[in-house]
Design a protein around this ligand. Structure first.
Ligand SMILES: Nc1ncnc2c1ncn2[C@@H]1O[C@H](COP(=O)(O)OP(=O)(O)OP(=O)(O)O)[C@@H](O)[C@H]1O
Length: 296
């Protein structure tokens, strides 16, 4: 009433909101949120900033009735939209794929409400991967291991040689041994199996990667940009272990960080996993000390 009497020119229509409207609002909010998150995570963020700038120019052109500019904009708009669709075809495809995957469900239902915990790989596999990485780092054997999560790596798996063997540190070390037929390229791990070796991965074109890093690291980051996988890279040059996730490369990771990443991927809390090395000790010096204390 107060609003209506003070702003008579502002007519607010009498609306009745039904259940369908609420559902519509929820769906729209979710879609807008998903698009914004996607834009932030993908290359589209840079594009969006550019588009906002162009949008400002367009608004100014219309505001000040700049006929020539508005004519060009009207004629060129379709071409710009088509161009954007072609350039961002991989990203758009990924968004549509994600909509069809279970990630959608988990993003709607908050963590903790889904009771069943899916365990992607066993504790033993984690221990074997960590052990292999440390061993290879010690002797500076270059390695590239991609661990599959929700999004399939089948596309990259096909570029390599099928293996289908249970993950073991010995096998991983053997694969990446210099001058052996399988040492080039990447190994793909799915669950507790090494599914393929010598795989070719997409190279990242990120400008943020240090110039001193070569194609092994670029390939590791590249696959993490286009899938939700975790990549472990052991540098042949420095013997340092790096991990790539969602296009972010973390260099020189410690055993603990590497293990924590693998445990996160396994969908279990870090505390709930008991890590036992081959000698029967929990991993790490502290674990060994604790185990020795316990056995006395
Ligand atoms: N697209 C790719 N997919 C998978 N593996 C690749 C790809 N490109 C290069 N590699 C692997 O990386 C090796 C070359 O590594 P390079 O020395 O260029 O990289 P780097 O990042 O400097 O690593 P390092 O620190 O180990 O030297 C190749 O022999 C090959 O095994």
């Amino acid at each position: 009433m107060w609003f209506g009497s003070h702003f008579p020119w502002l007519k607010v229509p009498a609306i009745t909101i039904g259940v369908i409207d609420i559902i519509e609002i929820i769906i729209l909010s979710f879609l807008v949120y998903s698009v914004l998150v996607w834009i932030k995570r993908s290359r589209a963020w840079t594009l969006l900033k550019g588009m906002l700038l162009v949008g400002c120019f367009i608004a100014l052109a219309y505001l000040f009735n700049m006929d020539t500019l508005t004519f060009i904009i009207e004629k060129g708009l379709n071409i710009i939209i088509m161009g954007a669709l072609v350039i961002f075809q991989p990203e758009l495809r990924k968004v549509l794929e994600q909509l069809g995957e279970k990630e959608l469900l988990s993003s709607i239902i908050p963590a903790g409400t889904v009771k069943e915990v899916v365990q992607r790989c066993s504790d033993r596999t984690i221990n074997e991967i960590v052990r292999a990485s440390l061993e290879m780092a010690k002797v500076k054997t270059g390695a590239l291991m991609v661990i599959e999560e929700n999004e399939t790596l089948a596309e990259y798996e096909r570029t390599g040689i099928a293996i289908d063997a249970v993950v073991s540190s010995q096998l991983l070390i053997n694969i990446f041994e210099h001058n052996t037929p399988l040492h080039d390229g990447a190994v793909i791990i799915r669950g507790d199996k090494i599914v393929s070796a010598t795989c070719y991965l997409p190279l990242s074109d990120s400008q943020n990667l240090s110039k001193e890093l070569g194609t092994r690291h670029r390939a590791g980051v590249g696959v993490s940009e286009v899938t939700d996988s975790l990549t472990i890279i052991v540098s042949e040059e420095t013997g340092k272990i790096s991990i790539a996730k969602k296009g972010v490369l973390t260099r020189n990771v410690t055993e603990e960080i590497l293990r924590a990443q693998l445990v996160t991927l396994q969908n279990k809390s870090v505390n709930s996993i008991k890590l036992i090395s081959r000698k029967g000790f929990p991993f790490g010096r502290k674990g060994k000390r604790d185990a020795e204390k316990g056995s006395k």
